[in-house]
Design a binder for this molecule. Structure first.
Ligand code: MN
Length: 287
């Protein structure tokens, strides 16, 4: 499918980026606040240059999210455990289908869609922060769905571990403190997060995000990710934990009982990884 590129838009984005960098350095030099009073978009999700996504840098602790830098293509990531290892919370058949069929489709479709766009060759977590660089609304939506799906699943796998293994159970350290201070403690957090997951009508995700230095629970539809920003995803922030509530994630084992899946899924959360993302999101430059 031919992709209609709006060259002027790409150049305009680059110009805005350049201006932003100059303004930022001027503010730093003069001791002025680095955050504009009323930014059109949060400064941390504004593209810095083609190939980069400042917001996506906060996902760095997760490492490669399914990208082959030499070919510039999306690739299906390896899981950090066997398909059987999340049982009994998530059954092996669901894991295998979810990974090898659902995510593989996002990878294949994403690669086709990105070819020939200004986003081709970028890591997927950077792509989803720069959707505005695709001028064709129809193609932009397809990229959002498929590359968003790829990023979301690559994150999801890494934020889980075998129930009872290191990192599972409950958060510790600064993340536990932040959950206590802003969300009423771990039990209250689980109640609120489960409610966000249950109330997401149809397919989507529940997220724990860092926004303006503080924790928040949000949900998004389809394969939207808070990194895309409020305009594209209806919610913004740096995701540090995500839960897939599409029926394909739980229906084989849990049928219509999404809340039971959510309760069991908590036993798989790798809080060590969540803590690493929390630290990266709260300690990053510009905060
Ligand atoms: Mn899924």
């Amino acid at each position: 499918m031919p992709v209609s590129l709006n060259r002027r838009e790409v150049l305009a984005a680059a110009a805005i980026t350049g201006t932003g960098a100059i303004l930022a350095s001027t503010r730093l030099a003069s001791g002025m606040p680095t955050r504009p009073a009323a930014p059109a978009v949060p400064p941390d999700i504004r593209p810095t240059a083609p190939g980069a996504g400042l917001g996506s840098a906060r996902l760095a602790p997760l490492g490669n999210l399914g990208f082959d830098a030499s070919s510039g293509k999306l690739v299906l990531p390896k899981l950090p455990y066997e398909y059987t290892e999340l049982e009994p919370a998530i059954d092996a058949e669901t894991m295998e289908i979810h990974h090898t069929r659902h995510q593989q489709k996002y990878v294949d479709e994403g690669n086709k869609l990105l070819a020939g766009t200004p986003l081709a060759g970028m890591p997927p977590e950077a792509v989803i922060t720069q959707l505005d660089m695709v001028s064709d609304a129809g193609i932009r939506t397809k990229i959002k769905n498929n590359v968003g799906g790829h990023v979301n699943h690559s994150m999801f796998w890494q934020l889980m571990a075998k129930p009872g293994s290191k990192g599972t159970g409950a958060p510790t350290g600064p993340l536990a403190d932040a959950i206590s201070n802003t969300l009423g403690g771990f039990e209250e957090f689980k109640t609120k997060f489960a409610a966000a997951a249950a109330e997401r009508f149809g397919s989507g995700w529940a997220w724990l995000v860092v926004r303006d230095g503080s924790l928040a629970i949000v949900s998004t539809a389809n394969q939207d990710n808070p990194l895309m920003g409020a305009t594209h995803a209806g919610a913004s922030g740096h995701p540090i934990l995500g839960l897939d509530v599409w029926e394909h994630a739980y229906y084989l084992k849990y049928r219509n009982k999404r809340p039971d899946y959510v309760t069991a899924w908590f036993t798989t959360v790798n809080w060590d990884k969540v803590s690493q993302l929390h630290a990266a999101a709260t300690n990053a430059p510009g905060r």
